[in-house]
Design a binder for this molecule. Sequence first.
Ligand code: ADP
Ligand code: MG
Length: 246
Amino acid sequence: MPGEQILAVKAANKSFRRPNGEPLVVLESVDLSLKEGELVGLLGRSGSGKSTLLRLIAGLSRPNGGAVEYLGKPVAGPPPGIAMVFQSFALFPWLTVLENVEIGLEAMGTAPAEMRKRALSAIDMIGLDGYESAFPRELSGGMRQRVGFARAVVTHPNILLMDEPFSALDVLTAETLRTDFLDLWSEGQLPIKAVVLVTHNIEEAVQMCDRILLFASNPGRILLELKVDLPHPRNRQDPAFRALVE
Ligand code: ADP
Ligand code: MG
């Protein structure tokens, strides 16, 4: 149900060891909650611990203190229903677009016919119709990231974690992908309940997110939370909005 809490990170700490053996505190007392319907941004400098926090949420690493709860239960390993999109796309170069998308479903034990059907529909939705049998090397960066999105979305995840998904793209391509994603999200076409977007781009965070958690570095901690109450970019010519900002 919209508004229902899906995820809670409670006073999470994470440290690593420096090469000289001393501890490196990367996250200190981080709290984050995520409700169904939310698109939350994590905005911070490079090295502030954003990816480390996403890895805790995805169950790929454990906090040294505090807790990560997903659907009310402590996370102890990668839980089902969390998908990720990476800055570097992370596609398999020897697989076609269709195979790269299907791979997200293979791990879930989906029957082959169903897998094909869902993958084709995700590819179509994300704007890659006609490229099913292409290999990643034949695609532009923007199209490769569309494959990354399709592979994540095809699993119908509760939470989509996006780690700087637009950072490797040129500005115009990034803008097109952001707007396409926002259109699908605001039209309710994405089979996703909530999104966490990591970025170091403040304009991107304001454009895309309902809430922004501002990260400080050394150690990574949440400095403040901003609520964003802007209409969708496509609706910013709306006279009611123009009257407010002009
Ligand atoms: P961000 O995503 O905000 O750029 P990261 O979460 O990748 O930051 O990294 C935060 C800090 O944690 C960096 O100083 C990085 O070197 C360190 N770090 C991340 N992962 C590890 C690891 N597995 N072992 C040691 N240090 C790590
Ligand atoms: Mg990172």
